[in-house]
Design a protein around this ligand. Structure first.
Ligand code: EPZ
Length: 421
């Protein structure tokens, strides 16, 4: 296992390029299985563990996959598999997004039940509700979701849950519906940029979809889909993480190949705190020129403040004088980073799904245990701001979602390197 060592206190300066979006790559790679022909996906963060796992599953199902640089080519012709086994799903919950393509194309799917995860319960009731509404017969057996889609037909589906819309349930129903006879209407659909990117890819394949980027998506089923070429959108969470990297280190950086339109809620909160942010073509210039003030944040579905940026934003508020209130409305238990930040000298208390952060002058470096992907990023950011040395252990969590993070940060001047644990 690897760990990251960070010698904190260095201002980030220079420019950094963001990779393609992991959370767009995973469903789009799964969607290639709906076609009869080869698809080519560009700008894929191919070194990420989650992408590597998705490639393994697609190969396991029988499709041919070629990875060259940041391009992945999937040739699905003749693949017969319809099972996503536990050994893959247990390491990557997002494997659930194979349910829709397998059901749509093979009319049968067995996908291991993903179970809970460290960021709290991750139910799949909306996924099941959606495919049942399309006519799938679903049973849970042996830890698997077994879905028979021989009688699928277009339908009206409402996909709202306790915590609002669901990104991957919307993706699953949309993918299954592309090859399902009749018209499917998804109400309370998720409109995250990754869902929109998926819809764009499906449309290039010949799918008939309207309303993506709204809460009502309509899909008219077609008989078959062709292969397509597609360039993934920039990773808005990686973008946001580097934005906070600049803010937390008194830095001055330009983030390239980014899409500021996808980061509006974060930009709004950072500006409210006093961070200077300007845009160029596909770039964001982030500077901290004065002391910041605390701001309150509540996570919400897009275009609200993303849950995937909550932990990183908390790191920034830890070193911002005053009190900020951070409420998690998507995953109310997603606070694994909190106790580690407190071990660095932060002052955070938890009241249900709300963290009350009292800013301190300095954090001090410490050995830190990464627990999940975004919590790990928050610890790296805190380590960059902290005095002295931090060690972030179990860095494989970070490797699931950030390409070359220590290299990118090093190029910005950070003293950060990887060692064996
Ligand atoms: C996607 O997960 C992302 N993953 C997550 O990214 C992200 O945190 C999440 O969306 C929210 O934005 C991928 O895209 C691969 P949801 P997903 O279904 O689709 C509840 C990261 O760090 N819900 O939109 O699985 C759920 O519990 C991560 O990159 C149900 O109640 O999330 C949550 O409260 C982790 N029933 C809310 O909906 C369901 O059937 C939103 O979750 C499904 C979800």
């Amino acid at each position: 296992m690897d760990k990251l060592i960070i010698d904190g206190g260095v201002r980030l300066k220079g420019s950094v390029e963001v990779s393609g979006a992991k959370n767009a790559a995973l469903p789009i790679l799964a969607a290639t299985l709906l076609a009869d022909e080869k698809s080519v996906i560009k700008n894929v963060p191919t070194s990420l563990l989650d992408v590597i796992t998705m490639v393994k599953i697609i190969r396991y199902l029988g499709a041919k996959v070629e990875v060259q640089g940041n391009t992945i080519t999937v040739e699905p012709k003749g693949y017969k598999g319809c099972t996503a086994p536990y050994k893959f799903v247990s390491t990557m919950r997002a494997s659930i997004c194979l349910l829709g393509p397998l059901l749509g194309k093979q009319k049968y799917a067995e996908v291991s039940f993903p179970g809970g995860c460290v960021i709290g319960p991750r139910p799949v009731d909306l996924h099941l509700k959606g495919i049942k509404a399309l006519g799938a017969k679903v049973k849970i057996y042996g830890g698997y979701i077994i879905a028979d889609g021989r009688n699928l037909r277009g339908s009206h589906v409402y996909l709202g849950g306790h915590f609002g819309s669901s990104v991957l349930a919307t993706a699953n129903v949309m993918m299954a519906a592309t090859l399902t006879k009749g018209r499917t209407i998804i109400e309370n659909a998720a409109c995250e940029p990754e869902v929109v990117d998926l819809a764009h890819f499906l449309k290039q394949m010949g799918a008939k979809i309207e309303g993506e980027s709204t809460h009502k998506i309509e899909i008219e089923g077609v008989k078959k889909l062709a292969g397509a070429e597609h360039m993934l959108i920039a990773d808005r969470i990686e973008t946001g993480t580097y934005m906070i990297g600049a803010a937390i280190t008194d830095g001055d950086i330009v983030i390239k190949k980014a899409n500021p339109n996808h980061c509006i809620a974060l930009i709004d909160k950072l500006r409210e705190a006093g961070v200077s942010i300007t845009f160029g073509k596909n770039e964001i210039h982030v500077r901290k020129t004065r002391s910041l003030k605390p701001v309150d944040v509540t996570t919400l579905p897009y275009p609200g403040f993303p849950t995937d940026m909550q932990a990183q934003f908390m790191s920034l508020m830890c070193v911002t004088k005053g009190i900020s209130v951070i409420t998690e409305k998507i995953y109310p238990e997603r606070f694994m980073h909190l106790s580690e930040l407190n071990r660095m000298g932060a002052n955070i208390i938890l009241e249900g799904p709300t963290a009350i952060v009292k800013g301190v002058k300095n954090l001090s470096g410490a050995p830190l245990m990464a627990s999940d992907l975004r919590a790990s990023a928050a610890l790296v950011l805190a380590g960059l701001a902290g005095k002295g040395k931090s060690e972030v252990l179990r860095v494989y969590h970070l490797d699931r979602g950030y390409e070359d993070m220590e290299k990118k940060l090093s190029r910005l001047g950070a003293k950060i390197w990887r060692e064996k644990e």
